[in-house]
Write a protein that binds this ligand. Structure first.
Ligand SMILES: C[S@@+](CC[C@H](N)C(=O)[O-])C[C@H]1O[C@@H](n2cnc3c(N)ncnc32)[C@H](O)[C@@H]1O
Length: 184
């Protein structure tokens, strides 16, 4: 495996564990951390915000992952430390309809076919009238009530990711951790 960078995670059983953020190699394969915008995509999003006069504070980032973009960052995975840990579909009840200025949304592409429409309804419902929505999805997320303005294609190297399988790394929580995070 080629050069890579690591993030240090806290001491577990007296050992410091290092988890690779990114591995690259020159051969046929190339490993990057997924579920995270590559720097070029982050720049694209920031340029898009600038040209539409969207401040970071007025942008709600739904399915934010580890990204720092957005004044309000929402994800259902508490370990990514979002501002609000919630399921996308609950947002109209949690935040209220017409409550968010602008939306950036980046749902996992593997979402079931029938859930896609409910996701779009939720995004539409929480956005204020006149607000912009930038949604990263390989399907058409349009639903009634949204005005179609543009669709941008991401070409070249980044798209080769679609051909590869995903490797996931998790750690099972202890009973104590479960109690600390979720109560009872
Ligand atoms: C593609 S990643 C986000 C990457 C991020 N937008 C960035 O800028 O790097 C998708 C995120 O959606 C979150 N997610 C998946 N299903 C969700 C749901 N039903 N509600 C809220 N967040 C969800 C995952 O935890 C994951 O962090």
């Amino acid at each position: 495996m080629g050069k890579g960078s690591c993030s240090k995670v806290k001491k577990i059983n007296g050992k410091i564990r290092l988890i690779p953020d990114k591995f690259e190699r020159n051969g046929k394969f190339y490993f990057v951390e997924a579920w995270r915008f590559p720097v070029e995509i982050e720049k694209f999003v920031k340029d898009w915000m600038k040209s539409l006069y969207i401040s970071n504070n007025s942008l709600t980032h739904v399915c934010c992952g580890k990204s720092r973009i957005g004044g309000l960052r929402i994800d259902d995975n508490i370990f990514l430390q979002p501002d609000i840990a919630a399921d996308v579909l609950d947002l109209p009840w949690i935040l209220g309809k017409n409550s968010q200025e602008h939306i950036l949304a980046d749902l996992p592409w593997q979402i079931g076919y029938h859930d896609r429409r409910y996701f779009s309804y939720a995004m539409r419902d929480i956005c204020k009238e006149g607000g912009y929505l930038l949604i990263n999805a390989p399907w058409n997320p349009w639903v009634k009530g949204l005005k179609f303005l543009r669709v941008y294609k991401v070409l070249q190297a980044f798209n080769s990711y679609r051909d590869l399988v995903d490797f996931w790394l998790f750690q099972k929580m202890t009973t104590k951790e479960l109690r600390n995070y979720y109560g009872s």
